[in-house]
Design a protein around this ligand. Structure first.
Ligand SMILES: NCc1[nH]cc(CCC(=O)O)c1CC(=O)O
Length: 376
């Protein structure tokens, strides 16, 4: 029996199911499930979920030490290019910033991009005991934690979300708290574990945090039903925000293990981007914020969209250049692998100018009796 998609297009009998590739973790399969259901509605096609094993799931070392941008991504991309699946769903923050030849990424509406603290008794970054042990595998989170609470003992952890939550909340907890992304807990229906949604002024999220990347072979866009579905899945404010954040990372040549935070918001026809580069010990951090007006749409919708995308990219590049001019490359290891310093050679030996502003602001807020906890 032919089926009718939402677009009114007849799906011919015998059309094979759309195969959606995912990592095997609970978080990955949950978020892939959401996307798969939407694609089923939007295309009218049957959708099949294909589990792909990735190196990131097999290795057990510290994520920071594995040093691979995209450890979770390569296997999924190979499956996509091999034709073992037609769509791959990634967490956008795990996706390297470089363009993958032959593949196209679409970003559905983003979940809350903030980081959260999960601690017993509703404790917060401010109220954790002196010297509390806080788990995170992320140099970005570690650096920003240390900058507001130099007394904390930051412990390198990894593992899936449940494993990490158990380290702070389980019966055999050996940590006072862990830091995780709001989005992952929301998707797993584990927001009950959150004791504080951390203000972005205290902890700038990772570029792309909270957003999903739905990736297809560019050649699949010749299929008008799939192309239409992906246009419907695309969320423009999310696309522009993550373009700005990821252009910043690309310009800094920073990977997901670099102590860099970036948070863009699209509101009132402008994009505002704030970024932080932190010294891993938290002793210093650079911050810079800038905004750009979204160009009014003239010409074709495609041309107007391209102009907005260019504005978002330009903003990311501009903020990155400001951070580099302030000495970002001297402050923190930005590159994934290889020796530091190649950037330094290019950036010269400029002295930092605005180094500790964000740290001072955060400490002031702590002295003044704590900061606003944003509700989401
Ligand atoms: N690197 C692991 C990872 N990749 C995406 C998320 C959370 C979901 C998201 O940011 O979209 C997580 C877990 C975490 O950081 O807590």
């Amino acid at each position: 029996m032919p089926k009718w998609g939402e677009t009114g297009t007849v799906t011919p009998a015998g059309t094979p199911p759309l195969r959606v590739g995912t990592r095997g973790s609970a978080l990955a399969t949950t978020q892939t499930g959401h996307v798969a259901r939407r694609l089923e509605e939007l295309t009218g096609r049957d959708v099949e979920i294909v589990r792909i094993r990735t190196d990131g799931d097999v290795l057990t070392g510290s994520l920071a030490q594995m040093g691979g941008t995209g450890v979770f991504v390569t296997a999924l991309r190979e499956a996509l290019l091999d034709g073992r699946c037609d769509v791959a769903v990634h967490s956008l923050k795990d996706l390297p910033t470089g363009q993958a030849p032959g593949l196209t990424v679409v970003t559905p509406e983003r979940e809350n991009p903030r980081d959260v603290l999960c601690a017993r008794h509703g404790l917060t970054v401010t109220t954790l005991r002196r010297g509390a042990r806080v788990g995170t595998g992320s140099p970005r989170r570690a650096a920003q934690l240390r900058s507001v609470r130099p007394d904390l003992d930051v412990v390198d952890i990894r593992g899936n979300v449940d494993t990490r939550l158990a380290r702070a909340l389980g019966p055999d907890a050996d940590l006072d708290a862990v830091v995780l992304a709001y989005a992952g807990l929301a998707r797993l229906d584990r927001l009950d574990a959150v004791s504080e949604v951390i203000d972005t002024a205290i902890m700038a999220p990772a570029a792309g945090q909270g957003a999903l990347a739905v990736e297809v072979r560019t050649s699949s866009l010749d299929d008008p039903v799939l192309a239409r579905a992906l246009r419907d899945l695309d969320h423009e404010p999310t696309r522009l925000a993550v373009l700005a954040e990821r252009s910043l990372l690309a310009r800094l040549e920073a990977g997901c293990a670099a102590p860099v935070g970036a948070h863009a918001l699209v509101e009132d026809d402008e994009i505002v981007l704030t970024a932080v580069v932190a010294r891993v010990d938290g002793a210093e951090q650079l911050t810079h914020s800038a905004r750009v007006a979204l160009p009014a749409g003239t010409g074709s919708p495609a041309a107007a969209r391209a102009a907005r995308d260019d504005a978002a990219r330009g903003l990311g590049t501009r903020v990155a250049d400001a951070l580099l001019a302030d000495g970002a490359a001297r402050l923190a290891p930005l590159r994934e692998t290889g020796p530091e310093g190649s950037r330094e050679a290019r950036a010269g030996s400029a002295a930092p100018t605005s180094s500790t502003r964000a740290v001072e602001t955060a400490r002031e807020q702590l002295r003044d009796g704590g900061y606003r906890g944003e509700a989401g």
